[in-house]
Design a binder for this molecule. Structure first.
Ligand code: BG6
Length: 370
């Protein structure tokens, strides 16, 4: 069953490229436009949508946070992301023009199910992004966009995360298409980058595992980690922090890198491990410079810096103690690769500590109580 891997988690991380690829499969018409035929919400209903609310828990919520950056940029409608258990009990503002997107690997998470029922009672349409055919969440939704990551057995979610981002991106590009929010060429261009991501993820798996393993060995006695990222790197930081909590039982916190100076920097002293998600260098944009200045700040206080950064990034090379490299890609695509070394890092840490990476203590694969 594990196909030669010694854990499901190992196997499933190595299926990240395939999870993205399979989720893209069959989602285009003969002209190459996004065609979400199976979704069965008609084009008119999509055209009038003026707000999206993503509801989800855990890793699925972080996938939603990534999608927020992309969909708002592409479609120019507001996207809110809310933990399902918070959403349900705060009397959210919902209208027939609000599209609620419920993201769930299992399709059975009770918090998410209750939230979607509430949204439908208020007259909003609910679209599920789900990895499990015929589960409760897709059954009770108006529409479903399945992620085709294949069954995920390890409790800590890995390949489902990249598949969820892929599906949410397809939804965003489809919306941009039907609303005429972008030129066809622009959409095409983004789709080309998206289709190229499985190859880039594979490059990380092929070339970075040794570095990651060595880093895990070196960090084995670390008591805590900070994870920092900006823009789409922020949810990636939160997800990287969650993976280490879940399976290596290490105390971690994820923060928006810009927030560092507003509090978290007080936690940094000699030897504190800090993981930075560094945005792509392309155009040396402002994001890159801002994250870099965060690195300098913590470096000056003696932190041990682990960076996820674009291959050839000289600034990062200068400051970081360890770098997990990513191949060049557009910023909005970077979460699909950047999460991969963090998944591997958490798994290696947990294995080195002798823990069962597939069945972490106190956790269940799907939580069917509220
Ligand atoms: C948690 C799982 O309890 O539920 C997480 O341990 C998962 O891994 C979260 O991200 C949400 O699950 P689902 O199935 O709704 O995506």
């Amino acid at each position: 069953e594990k196909g030669g891997w010694d854990s499901f988690m190992d196997k499933e991380i190595h299926e990240d490229p395939a999870a993205v690829q399979r989720t893209l499969l069959g989602r285009f018409d003969k002209n190459g436009d996004v065609a979400l035929d199976e979704v069965r919400i008609d084009e008119h209903d999509f055209k009038v949508i003026d707000k999206i609310i993503v509801i989800a828990c855990g890793t699925a919520a972080y996938a939603g946070m990534v999608a927020k950056y992309a969909i708002e940029h592409w479609v120019r409608i507001p996207v809110e992301v809310e933990l399902a258990h918070e959403f349900r009990y705060r009397d959210p503002i919902l209208t027939p023009r609000t599209l609620v997107v419920a993201i769930s690997q299992s399709g059975e998470t009770m918090d998410t199910l209750m939230a979607l029922r509430h949204a439908r009672e208020q007259g909003s349409k609910v679209l599920a992004i789900c990895n499990t055919q015929g589960a409760s969440i897709p059954r009770e939704s108006d529409a479903v966009l399945y992620t085709h990551a294949g069954p995920e057995v390890a409790v800590a979610s890995t390949k489902a995360f990249v598949a969820q981002i892929t599906a949410a991106y397809l939804l965003g590009l489809y919306l941009a298409q039907v609303k005429g929010a972008m030129f066809r060429d622009e959409i095409r261009h983004i789709l080309d980058s998206l289709k190229d991501m499985p190859r880039k993820i594979q490059w990380v798996l092929d070339t970075q595992t040794k570095t990651i393993h060595k880093a895990a060995e070196r960090m084995l006695n670390a008591q805590s980690f900070l994870f920092l990222g900006r823009h789409v790197g922020y949810p990636v930081a939160l997800e990287g922090a969650l993976k280490l909590k879940e399976i290596a039982y290490t105390f971690t916190e994820g923060f928006a890198a810009g927030e560092l100076k507003h509090g978290p920097i007080a936690l940094v002293d000699e030897g504190e491990p800090v993981v930075f998600i560094v945005p792509p260098e392309r155009g040396r944009d402002v994001l890159h410079a801002k994250v870099l200045s965060g690195i300098e700040e913590v470096k000056a206080r003696g932190a041990f810096i682990i960076a996820v950064a674009e291959k050839g990034d000289k600034d990062v090379e200068r400051y970081a103690d360890v770098v997990f490299w990513r191949p060049a890609c557009p910023t909005l695509m970077s979460p699909l690769v950047d999460v991969v070394p963090l998944q591997l890092f958490a798994m290696d840490m947990a294995k080195l500590k002798g823990y069962d990476v597939d069945k972490p203590r106190n956790l269940a694969k799907s939580v069917t109580v509220e």
